[in-house]
Design a protein around this ligand. Structure first.
Ligand code: C2O
Length: 542
């Protein structure tokens, strides 16, 4: 008996390399010094636990929603779910019903994409409140493991002192020109230092001189830093004072090494960099700069440098800056033929200046009543028609021509695939410059491949992916506030017949929103009706 159990345990250990119970709940915390309510996984502030596995291992997580008033659903950003596991993609009303308060959902999938990825809540604007973390899928044939001393993870996010629902409501009421809240603070691996003296803040709610994230390094060693933007609105300019950064991967795709002194990291993107510790023994600032005065800082601490002393290093003018992926070349070479057949979609979009509303081809994305993947599986045309869907054939090159008709730039992300970035137009400041169909502006020879790239304001971007993964996949701007305003659509495969059935514990539709609205209404009725009844009673008795 015991032997059988041991055998069973070791068998499961071999297959499920990351198994966990996650509880999503509210706690009070002060990651940057300032106390607020944050939404956490397993009570451990933000970010949540790191998932670290080797390629093709299974991730197995029971997610318990202990939030009293919010649904939850987690997306594994960078993991391509399949026709079997599309149900695990974690997008409410696209792949699943969200997990209602008090409910549990069992996520299980194979981590097939090596490299640096992340997970985040995909329910409403929930991840900016803290529900995100790193996914590191280790490559068994990693070219760099022997060269480096250690692997470090750097998760960066913008951080607010009001919760995301409040911030979203403020945006909707009083449209900010950028459509996202103004920068307040930021975190590196969940640590930041808010300047408590800038406001009438008492020490009770803001602890000054909060600790910085520290990376211990040794002279002359090489380290890999896996940088993840878990931001909800802002772009980071990443640099380490006095050190070169050698980019070796983007969104999990290896690239030919490219040396820069600064790199731009748009919302949801990842870069792996190598850094050689070849400077005098000291402490150096690691910076994620938003604007000059708004910098998220961490410390690079050389062994034998003074402890607990802030660096005095200064940023220097970079010789080379990474602006976008067009500067990089994947190591696995691909050559497109211009004459290869493809199916093309032109997507013209803008966020309006007079309301909190973004539209693609004139449609503001709204969630349907039933997940689009379920409608696809059940061949339910009625529910499918409720939202903005484009339908693509299987095994085809699908080209998306994005024309940004507005003054904001947008990081677009595709689920279930990587795309090739064939071209990105320059930023303009006056009026839209849509793609003019000049294919000479596109790169067919070894274009960059990734899952998130930024389109400039008033400009264009051409993306292409190969449709070999039947399912229902979200495609959207990853600025969470723009997504909430409707800058999204669903890419459905025309032929969904290979989609396998949903898991047994697939969440059922709860009338959570309706129940909540009804409870509110009852409250209003009581508040209004009670005084009326009392007045009538008083009149009758008089
Ligand atoms: Cu990070 Cu819909 O994605």
């Amino acid at each position: 008996m015991l032997f059988q159990r041991l055998l069973l345990i070791s068998f499961f250990r071999c297959i499920f390399l990351y198994t966990a119970n996650w509880t999503v709940e509210y706690i009070r915390g002060n990651p940057d010094g300032y106390y607020r309510v944050i939404t956490t996984i397993n009570n451990q502030s933000t970010p949540g636990p790191t998932i670290e596995v080797y390629e093709n291992e299974i991730v197995d997580i029971h997610l318990h929603n202990k939030l009293s008033t919010e649904t939850v659903s987690v997306h594994w950003h960078g993991m391509h779910q399949t026709q079997k596991t599309g149900w695990m993609d974690g997008v409410p009303y696209v792949t699943m019903y969200p997990v209602a308060p008090g409910e549990v959902f069992h996520y299980q999938f194979q981590a097939r994409q090596i490299g640096t990825h992340w997970y985040h809540s995909h329910a409403g604007v929930q991840y900016p409140d803290g529900v995100f973390g790193a996914i590191i899928v280790k490559d068994k044939n990693d070219l760099y493991t022997n060269k480096i001393k250690t692997d470090y993870t750097v998760i960066l996010n913008d951080w607010y002192h009001h919760d995301a629902i409040e911030l979203g409501a403020e945006l909707a009421d009083n449209v900010h020109p950028d459509y996202f809240p103004e920068y307040v603070s930021g975190l590196m691996n969940g640590k930041g230092r808010y300047n408590c003296s800038t406001q009438e803040i008492q020490s009770l709610i803001c602890v000054p001189n909060h600790e910085y994230q520290l990376y211990n390094v040794e002279l002359n060693q090489i380290y890999r830093f896996r940088i993840i933007s878990a931001a909800s609105g802002h772009t980071f300019n990443f640099s380490i004072d006095n050190h070169d950064l050698t980019i070796i991967a983007m969104d999990g795709i290896y690239v030919e090494p490219f040396v820069v002194q600064r790199l731009k990291l748009y919302v949801a993107q990842r870069y792996d960099i190598l850094v050689t510790m070849n400077q005098p023994i000291a402490n150096y600032w690691i910076r994620a700069t938003i604007f000059d005065s708004q910098v998220i800082k961490g410390i690079l601490h050389y062994a034998n440098a003074p402890d607990s002393v802030d660096p005095t290093s200064q940023p220097s003018e970079p010789k080379t800056v990474l602006i976008n992926s067009m500067q990089l070349s994947p190591t696995v070479h691909i050559q497109y033929n211009e004459s290869d057949p493809f199916e093309q979609w032109v997507l013209n979009f803008t966020c309006r200046n007079d309301s909190y509303k973004c539209e693609i081809n004139g449609v503001q994305f709204g969630l349907p009543n039933k997940p689009t993947l379920l409608s696809m599986y059940e061949k339910d045309e009625k529910h499918k028609a409720q939202t903005h869907i484009i339908e693509v054939p299987t095994n085809t090159n699908v080209r998306l021509i994005l024309n940004n008709l507005g003054s904001m730039s947008h990081p677009f992300h595709i689920h279930g695939h990587d795309f090739y970035v064939l071209g990105i137009g320059d930023a303009y400041f006056d009026h839209p410059h849509p793609f003019d169909n000049d294919t000479k502006k596109l790169r067919f020879n070894n274009p960059p491949k990734r899952d998130t790239e930024q389109i400039n304001e008033y400009s264009w971007m051409v993306l292409q992916f190969y449709s070999n993964n039947p399912g229902s996949w979200f495609f959207h701007c990853h600025i969470d506030w723009h997504l909430e305003a409707g800058l999204a659509l669903v890419i459905n495969y025309k032929d969904g017949s290979s989609i396998e059935k949903p898991p047994n514990d697939y969440p059922i539709k709860t009338n959570y929103k309706q129940a909540d609205a009804a409870a509110q209404q009852r409250k209003v009725n009581v508040i209004i009706l009670l005084p009326v009844v009392i007045i009538i009673l008083q009149l009758c008795l008089a």
